[in-house]
Design a protein around this ligand. Sequence first.
Ligand code: NYM
Length: 212
Amino acid sequence: NNHKSDSRGALIVLEGLDRSGKTSQSSRLLSYLEGLGHSVESWRFPDRNTGVGQMISSYLANESQLDDHTIHLLFSANRWEKRSLMETKLRSGTTLIVDRYSFSGVAFSSAKGLDIEWCKAPEIGLLAPDLVLYLDIPPEKAAERGGYGGERYEQLEFQRKVAHSYQILRDGSWKTVNAWLPFDDVEKQLREMVLDSVTTCQKGKSLSKLWS
Ligand code: NYM
């Protein structure tokens, strides 16, 4: 194989509780990498723009009721419907900063009591991230930030369970950042980690699949 053709964009995922700062940090990272001249896009899951995404959105808004397993599979399907575009973008050299991914899927559903292995199963075969950034914040501190909307899951008691699920899911490859530090400090730490991953993927790194 020609190693030059292995150069690609990085798949970077931000995970964390609601109100941990993922969305704001994602957009900062996007501008940062753009400023350095990289090809980069900001994505998020759930992607509410697809048909499946609209079903998810109405569930989250409490406008529809779904069995816990059913909504879990919809979240997963929402990632599967974007999988091939994701691969095309990465191979064409575009870095993707993704706000939530399979780990949110497993963390939130298993926090409801679903079996963790069952939750992971539909994620098998999706692209594995090159970097998972965990924005770590105690649930109480996240709740103090206010701004929980009226959506499902946005309650302190449930967020505590999600935090516990994330703890079980986290492995040594995740990079954890203390997300209750001042925003600029968090941003600075994230920049370094992201740049490192982008450089590694540029040099050539094979794409792998979940769940590894
Ligand atoms: N969520 C998100 C899940 O329960 N499963 C998933 O697979 C994903 C991607 O949706 N509280 C939950 C976490 C959030 C909610 O996400 C909406 P956001 O980032 O607030 O739009």
